[in-house]
Design a protein. Structure first.
Ligand code: ACO
Length: 162
């Protein structure tokens, strides 16, 4: 998979603090998160490995948390961010399910195919790790976008809030 020209994609790092938080504002309220809290969460994401993790050159495989950023190579800005969390199940012969979460493209970078590229990347990370399916919840207004990324409607989302 090649990146759109002028952009690169990689796992989120501690130095992405400002870029990730500001990009997530396109998605929802972020709240106040200190740099040290952000850094400890990135360390946590990097520390949780899958059982029987597959190995790959470049080291992107084998993580439960796969938060990625797309970076604008011209100015180093984070243009998009998103996560695929890989759940270890008992059913389906101890199968793995990927959950795509917190997809956000910065407003100024929307409409440049970065969202689709991010979803394609997270989907390929999920399947390369052995997921038998990948699921996500979204607003009705984003259904067409996810269909363009190869996803189809299935089931109904239920919710309870504290
Ligand atoms: N409705 C219909 N089509 C859409 C939409 C939409 N809301 N958004 C994108 N598309 C289409 C584009 O027109 C394009 O179609 P084409 O290939 O035929 O030209 C295709 O989908 C790919 O679009 P991208 O340019 O990759 O979309 P973008 O980079 O703008 O990312 C996204 C889309 C992620 C929805 C972005 O607009 C965004 O961050 N929005 C705010 C936050 C948000 O809603 N995030 C998703 C939350 S759901 C979750 O996290 C699981």
């Amino acid at each position: 998979m090649t990146s759109p020209e002028g952009f690169s994609i990689r796992r989120t790092r501690k130095e992405d603090y400002e870029g990730v938080l500001s990009t997530l504002k396109s998605l929802t309220t972020v709240g106040t998160i200190s740099r040290s809290h952000f850094e400890s969460i990135v360390s946590y994401w990097d520390s949780i490995r899958l059982l029987n993790a597959r190995k790959q050159e470049g080291g992107e495989l084998g993580y439960k948390y796969n938060n990625f950023v797309i970076v604008d190579d011209h100015n180093g800005q984070v243009a998009a961010t998103g996560n695929i969390i890989i759940e270890q199940k008992l059913i389906h012969e101890c199968g793995l399910v990927g959950h795509i979460e917190d997809i956000s493209v910065s407003e100024k970078y929307q409409g440049k195919k970065l969202g689709k590229f991010l979803i394609d990347k997270l989907t390929s990370v999920g399947f390369a790790n052995g997921c038998y399916k990948i699921i996500l919840d979204c607003d009705r207004k984003n259904v067409k976008f996810y269909e363009k990324c190869g996803y189809e409607e299935a089931g109904v989302e239920m919710r309870i809030r504290s």
